[in-house]
Design a binder for this molecule. Structure first.
Ligand code: BEZ
Length: 257
């Protein structure tokens, strides 16, 4: 569910933490057997499959056709389709909409919340986790100073997102901002891999040589900075630990209209 296209092989090989950390969110959702659940921004389908294994009737949607194709190849027995978080429909309203590590990519959060509400039965649950205020701040600061490029993700505070949900007919029953230092795979190449996968937009228009040089500058900067959140360095013992900060939400759709 992104505005960029993905290298799905590299995504699965080097960034599996994205769905491995999603199990706490599944606990918050507490899927029941027979429930209809929409996985909003299903990526390559691993968490959609966990929901199906819990007995839910699940459908995964993602904005990127390559992600949907990979999810379908990974889990041929499940249903996936391409759809945009800002404007999607479901055949019949569902018991829950679940979304992990996606909504920071969508810069029109109001349209997402409206679509989610439309998709839910009255009393249905919206359970989501994504980057919250202060997420990957050390990396963003380094990119800003080396590349003079501003952050392009949506990382709201608890108050901001809960207010948005309340304004659109949800009752927020759980909201938390959670620091989650996240080790990046592949040793000292971890930050470069992460920037190439998730921050490709920062380098658009640059040649490969310029991109590699910029990445080295960002690495040097991040290596010497301390995280404002944890006060520790992101480069530790030959590897990188990104200063992730998650916004985790459970909200209930109000009203019958
Ligand atoms: C996140 O999951 O918080 C995230 C991932 C990639 C880019 C920015 C944020």
């Amino acid at each position: 569910m992104t505005t960029q296209t993905w290298d799905t092989q590299r995504y699965q090989a080097q960034h599996s933490f994205v769905w491995q950390y999603g199990t706490a969110l599944i606990d918050l959702l507490a899927p029941q057997s027979g429930e209809q659940i929409l996985d909003l921004g299903c990526g390559t389908g691993q968490l959609t499959n966990v929901l199906a294994e819990a007995g839910a009737q699940v459908e995964g949607i993602d904005a990127d056709p390559a992600m949907v194709a990979q999810a379908q190849q990974n889990y041929p027995g499940l249903t996936f389709r391409t759809a945009d978080a800002r404007d999607f429909e479901v055949a019949t309203p569902v018991d829950a909409v679940f979304s992990n590590a996606v909504l920071h990519w969508v810069l029109q959060p109001e349209t997402v919340v409206q679509s989610v509400r439309r998709a839910l039965k009255p009393g249905g649950r919206f359970v989501a986790e994504f980057g919250g205020k202060g997420n990957v701040q050390t990396i963003i600061s380094a990119v800003e100073s080396c590349l003079h490029q501003p952050n392009f993700w949506y990382f709201p505070s608890v108050a901001e997102y809960a207010s948005l949900l309340e304004a659109h007919g949800f009752e927020v029953t759980f909201a938390a901002l959670i620091d989650r230092p996240t080790p990046l795979e592949d040793g000292d190449r971890g930050l470069a891999n992460w920037l190439r996968m998730f921050g490709a937009r920062f380098f658009s228009g640059l040649s490969e040589t310029e991109t590699a040089s910029m990445i080295r500058q960002v690495e040097d900067r991040v290596r010497t900075d301390r995280s404002a959140l944890t006060l520790s360095r992101l480069y530790q013992n030959g590897g990188w630990v990104a200063d992730y900060r998650r916004l985790r939400i459970l909200a209930i759709r109000q009203g019958n209209e």
